[in-house]
Unconditional design. Structure first.
Length: 430
């Protein structure tokens, strides 16, 4: 198998002061100052595979900083934020916790997390190699409140072996939305008598991030600059009504059937042949119960010159405003983001590292190389990353998904669903 060193393709990096440059010379060592015993709490969302990698990273940090003990915990995405909301209400957030840009304003705009600018300025946290097009999405009210560890983005996955088995051509190159829907319908029809039955895809119209891409292609956005919804009822109707013909011909998997899979990845289980999802999920899909080989292409776009794509700052790390050990917490954040050995433990499972030293540490082969090649393709067409969404955006996304699923189940009509969303969502935004 071939291997190669990684290099970020042609992006500008942040210029920082001399102190931060000094920090870059020693960044990633995690060396702690002083001998006082310290216990840090650290929480993240993810699965057992991510937990294993984080535990190895923690072991590395504790070996280099024997006076520090890191107590860790993790949960599924939904359960994770339920726990963080409870802790935020009582002022007991973990010293360091994984942050998603959707919740950044909720926590950063209410003083729940500590600004990290001083730790960047004194060199404790090194962001000197982070792409400047991404970092505005880590700031709230001009203050840096999250440190990304990677950059994510959406890919269009196709199970090549399954599609060939069904006699459906695997798409190559650009697809319009209508062309993509036609492929999903083809799969649904060809897979009707397959064992197990194969549908085209999960219901992509319920995915907020995919809706964001489509909106950007129409010259619109999820939110306006002043924090209101950036789209109309007509926009949402046009998006959600794409699902109607796809449910009719198994272009989308029947949600009742999907529910019976008890949370298993439908693509990894071989009951769908395509999915719009984050590119670093390639490993998860490939290691699913059905196995298989996958290709990744850019998401559909009616105009290849206007793809609506950007690099999302992913798996950000924030610090509780109530941490009793802010210096040690900052050192730990820098270690997870920049240390080459940590990067080797994670590979590309969390996406392409945002730190150049972390990226340089990797030699890729197999699935990691495939992920890297897609990330490079995405990076070439990605626009500037938008600022964090307003407070309440997480709750809006939950309602969007819930109502879209209700439409899929047939428990509400398209028109009623659109009206319900617009009666609820504006009031959730702070």
């Amino acid at each position: 198998m071939s291997t190669r060193k990684l290099r970020r393709p042609g992006v500008a990096i942040l210029a920082v002061g001399a102190l931060a440059a000094l920090g870059a010379c020693s960044g990633g060592t995690g060396a702690g100052g002083g001998d006082e015993d310290v216990t840090l709490t650290f929480a993240w969302w993810g699965d057992a595979s991510r937990a294993e990698r984080y535990e190895k990273a923690i072991d590395l940090y504790e070996d280099k900083n024997p006076h520090v003990t890191v107590q860790s915990s993790y949960a599924s995405f939904a359960d994770y934020w339920t726990a963080r909301n409870t802790e935020a209400a009582s002022g007991s957030l973990p010293d360091v916790f994984q942050m998603d840009v959707t919740y950044l304003s909720q926590y950063g705009g209410t003083g729940q997390v500590a600004p990290l600018d001083e730790f960047v300025e004194d060199g404790t946290i090194d962001i000197s190699t982070f792409p400047e097009t991404v970092m505005p999405a880590a700031k709230v009210d001009g203050k840096l409140v999250g440190i990304p560890t990677s950059t994510g983005g959406i890919a269009n996955f196709f199970n090549t072996g399954l599609m060939k088995e069904l006699g459906v051509d695997v798409p190559e190159g650009d697809l319009t939305w209508d062309e993509y829907d036609a492929v999903l319908s083809q799969v649904g029809k060809a897979g009707a008598d397959h064992d197990p039955q194969v549908s085209g895809s999960t219901q992509y119209t319920q995915i907020w991030t995919v809706f964001e891409i489509w909106l950007a292609q129409q010259g619109k956005s999820l939110y306006t600059a002043d924090g209101a919804l950036g789209f109309t009822e007509a926009d949402l109707t046009a998006w959600w009504e794409r699902a109607t013909p796809l449910f009719e011909d198994d272009g989308f998997i029947d949600p009742k059937r999907q529910e019976q899979l008890n949370g298993a990845d439908v693509l990894g289980s071989g009951v769908t042949a395509s999915e719009l999802s984050f590119y670093n999920f390639l490993v998860r899909f490939s290691e699913g119960s059905a196995g298989g080989e996958f290709t990744m292409t850019l998401p559909p776009a009616d105009d290849a010159g206007n793809r609506g794509l950007y690099l999302k700052p992913s798996l950000e790390l924030s610090m509780s405003a109530n941490s009793e050990h802010p210096e040690e917490a900052a050192k730990f954040i820098d270690f997870i983001a920049n240390d080459p050995e940590v990067s080797k433990e994670f590979g590309l499972s969390r996406g392409a590292p945002i730190s150049q030293p972390a990226l340089d540490a990797l030699e890729t082969e197999g699935l990691d190389q495939q992920i890297l090649e897609y990330w490079e393709q995405l990076s070439e067409v990605a626009g500037d990353t938008p600022p964090p969404p307003p407070e309440g955006a997480g709750a809006v996304e939950v309602e969007f998904t819930r109502i879209a699923q209700d439409i899929g189940f047939g428990s509400t009509s398209l028109d009623d669903g659109v009206r319900e969303f617009f009666s609820i969502a504006p009031g959730m935004l702070g």
